[in-house]
Design a protein. Structure first.
Ligand SMILES: [Ca+2]
Length: 92
C-alpha cells in the first residue's frame, strides 16, 4: 500500500496491489472516510509489489506493479483527472 496524491487535489490517496492482479486506487477527500474507488486491471496473475513514481517525468505520479508469477512489471501512466493509460508490460 502506497500513500500518494495521485490527482493533485491536496489529499492523500492510496494505491493497493491485490493478489488477483488488480490495483485498487482509493482517492481520499481529506475526511478519512468514503474514498472514491477505482480499479486498474493488469491482466497478470498475482501482484507482489507496487510502487509509485514519476516515471514519465511529467510530475504526475505513475504506478508500477510487479507480478513474479508471469515475470512482468506493469506500468500505468497517470494521465491526470484520475485516469491512467493502459498497463504497459515490461518482461523481466
Ligand atoms: Ca488526492
Amino acid at each position: 500500500m502506497t500513500p500518494v496524491d495521485l490527482d493533485a487535489d491536496g489529499h492523500l490517496d492510496l494505491v493497493v496491489g491485490n493478489l488477483d492482479a488488480t490495483i485498487t486506487l482509493l482517492f481520499g477527500d481529506g475526511t478519512g472516510s468514503s474514498p472514491t474507488v477505482k480499479h486498474l486491471h493488469t491482466g497478470g496473475r498475482s501482484l507482489r509489489g507496487v510502487t509509485v513514481g514519476t516515471f514519465t517525468f511529467d510530475e504526475r505520479p505513475d504506478i508500477m506493479a510487479a507480478d513474479p508469477f508471469v515475470g512482468v512489471v506493469f506500468t500505468f501512466e497517470n494521465l491526470g483527472s484520475r485516469s491512467f493509460g493502459a498497463g504497459a508490460h515490461i518482461n523481466t
